[in-house]
Write a protein that binds this ligand. Sequence first.
Ligand code: NCD
Length: 327
Amino acid sequence: MADTAQHPTPSWPHRHLLALADLCVEELRHVLITAQGFEGVSTRSVKKVPALRGRVVVNLFFEDSTRTRASFSLAASRLSADVLDFSAKGSSVSKGETLVDTARTIEAMGIDAIVLRHHLSGAAVHLARNVQCSVINAGDGQHEHPTQGLLDLYTIARRLGRDGNEEGREPFDLEGITVGIVGDIAHSRVARSNIHGLIALGATPILIGPPTLLPGGFREMGCELSHDLDAVLPRLDVVNCLRIQFERMSGAAFPSVREYAAMYGLTAARLARGKPGLVVMHPGPMNRGIEIDAAVADGPQSAVLEQVGHGLAVRMAVLFLCMTAKS
Ligand code: NCD
């Protein structure tokens, strides 16, 4: 695969990545193809390209994160950028400083991109309007998590052989693929980003969960809704299991965790009733025994660790494209 760093892409127009809803199908495909070019960097003995040498990326995280934060840091350093890690905890934010004041203070130190995670939906859009540097949304409240959406699309295409030009298709064409997203759709920024990307690339998303976690409004986005996992499971090519986001709920959304797991948990017995090649995904962190059983999470159909690996390539692509955009 060609080294994307050697092939600048002057046509990329976006300085920020705030939502997958903002990207057209050609742009989505372009990021995924760029990620494909970067994937090989991780397997070299020197895992670095000079694409962003001399640039500075700041991780500005107002919510907990393990994989997203580490993935962005590593992606930036593989592009030879300098990385500054900034947590709200222990900073002036706990003294009442606003998001924009915090960001502008950091920006005054001469940085090129802010990777923002924030508990409020719309925080990334707000920040992008108030700073000069690139803003990459690493998850804003219940709104979007665009790089997770991209890495999920990448993983689906990879597993199902849609990442090349097979059968005369465009790379990353997901026409004819049915993807079940199961669980706490209501509070999930991962689900929203996935839905936009899946529909744009031609896949059919089916959202599955209890009525309290599956608002009817998702039908208007072009999704089929179901409260019965067992009924739709045989139709799925991919099942993406989501964590119940208790931290975003004000009351109980179902009678008990045990009852939820019995109806919506992906067990080995359920998996056996799906298509033989059914791909199992989870954005992490996983609650084993609730939305996914350990045997499934660690089994051969699980793409969970591949998702993590692809996340690195996708984030390299996003940082590279946004930080070299010609807008
Ligand atoms: C997700 C998130 O933070 O939105 N995790 C992630 O980024 N890998 C999903 C979750 O927290 O359940």
